[in-house]
Design a protein around this ligand. Structure first.
Ligand code: ADP
Ligand code: GN1
Ligand code: MG
Length: 367
């Protein structure tokens, strides 16, 4: 199905005048749909094709999105906010569903476009990073009483780092794209850290970390910042909202936003952890969570940053080994570049672990 054909299946207002590829996500095929209304004004929508090769239970996935957005809308309304801008709004299909399904299985869904707000691919101002942190912390806070057990696990073992490690070792073993011999250093980097992989999942298993409703994909470009107020406006990309660990939500944001280089930087001398940005994010996230994090959760935030970076690097490397079948790539070797960049950041985080711990302890003591 073409995106134009998919458009006809949604209750968009007015006449569709364009439908173009949009955004820099690595997973969904995202389009910006522009419509002209009868009164001469314009209205825009986000249309997405979601791949069932990645999200294997589309009904479960869209059920999560529908229920989480309805719950957030209610909370935002109660708090005097604007649910049309502060949470995602699904557009109904012509047959009043939340999505349509192609014969080959992929699904299409549409959201209201959030106008006058920006998604950043890198931190341009520390204040934006603080606001993104506050928004992700607040997201978790607002969902604190949501029935976690009712959520579908949209990607099984998404942040189960030991399982990701096992998958990585299987990919090395299978070597389906014939690339393992050329990346011996990167493979060794992961193997040397086998013991680390179990730290967060071990604490969860032992009942020392609580399972919460978390976002699980807290990259800077998954939150919108209001152009007028500069405030964190809306958390987007809700496909991986499911039970998880607060430290992983914290950690993935640090991996992406507190890196002094881009996620796919090839000049590794530019890659490092900015402790200033780490501190900025920690302040915003703790403020957004509003005192809800336990002592153990607070203590493990720096480890969450390291393990999310290690896990993500390992996922990029696994995809490289499997022939680039999961993440969207834009050049040959793109996943390998991304993996190398993550590993350089892990090395720097290992050096800076005591400083990260000190920063968290100081902020926690002040709040
Ligand atoms: P992916 O899973 O591929 O990352 P996202 O849901 O994050 O897909 O969407 C990709 C990009 O599309 C986002 O980074 C953002 O720039 C843009 N986007 C998504 N939803 C909206 C929305 N409701 N309003 C404005 N922009 C959006
Ligand atoms: C993907 O969908 P997007 O681009 O926001 C991925 C994340 C990775 C991230 C790395 C569903 O996020 O887990 O951390 O790429 N999302 C999924 O940039 O796998
Ligand atoms: Mg995204």
């Amino acid at each position: 199905m073409t995106p134009q054909e998919a458009c006809e299946q949604f209750r968009f207002e007015g006449t569709i005048i364009s439908c173009d590829r949009y955004g820099h996500g690595h997973i969904n095929d995202t389009y910006l749909v522009t419509c002209d209304k009868a009164d001469g004004s314009r209205i825009r929508y986000i249309l997405q094709r979601v791949h069932v090769s990645i999200f294997k239970d589309p009904d479960g996935l869209m059920g999560n999105v529908q229920r989480v957005t309805a719950y957030l809308a209610e909370k935002i309304r109660e708090g005097g906010g604007d649910p049309m801008r502060e949470t995602m709004n699904l557009i109904p299909t012509v047959s009043d569903g939340h999505f349509i399904r192609e014969t080959d299985g992929d699904i299409w869904r549409a959201y209201a476009f959030i106008e006058n707000a920006t998604c950043f691919d890198r931190v341009e101002k520390a204040a934006d990073f603080y606001q993104s942190a506050y928004a992700f912390g607040r997201f978790q806070y607002l969902l604190a009483d949501f029935d976690a057990a009712s959520l579908t696990e949209t990607i099984k073992d998404f942040h189960n780092t030991p399982v990701r490690f096992a998958n990585f070792k299987a990919a090395v073993e299978a070597d389906s794209a014939g690339r393992a011999a050329s990346i011996a250093d990167e493979i060794a980097f992961c193997m040397e850290r086998e013991a680390d992989m179990h730290i967060m999942t071990g604490l969860l298993k032992d009942g020392k970390l609580p399972l919460r409703v978390t976002h699980n994909d807290t990259k800077l470009n998954n939150v919108m910042i209001d152009d007028a107020t500069g405030k964190g406006l809306c958390v987007i990309d809700l496909d991986t909202v499911m039970p998880g660990l607060a430290g992983n939500d914290f950690g993935d944001s640090i991996r992406f936003g507190a890196n002094t280089a881009a996620e796919d930087e090839t000049d590794l001398s530019k890659v490092s952890l900015s402790l200033d940005l780490f501190e900025t994010y920690a302040k915003g996230f703790l403020a957004g969570c509003d005192g809800r994090l336990t002592e153990t959760e607070l203590k493990t935030l720096p480890m969450g940053a390291k393990l999310m970076t290690l896990e993500c690097g390992m996922r990029f490397l696994t995809d490289h080994l499997e022939g680039d079948v999961y993440f969207k790539t834009h050049r040959p070797g793109h996943n390998l570049d991304r993996a190398r960049c993550q590993f350089a950041l892990v090395r720097d985080m290992e050096q800076k672990m005591p400083e990260m711990e000190r920063i968290i302890a100081t902020i926690a003591a002040d709040t």
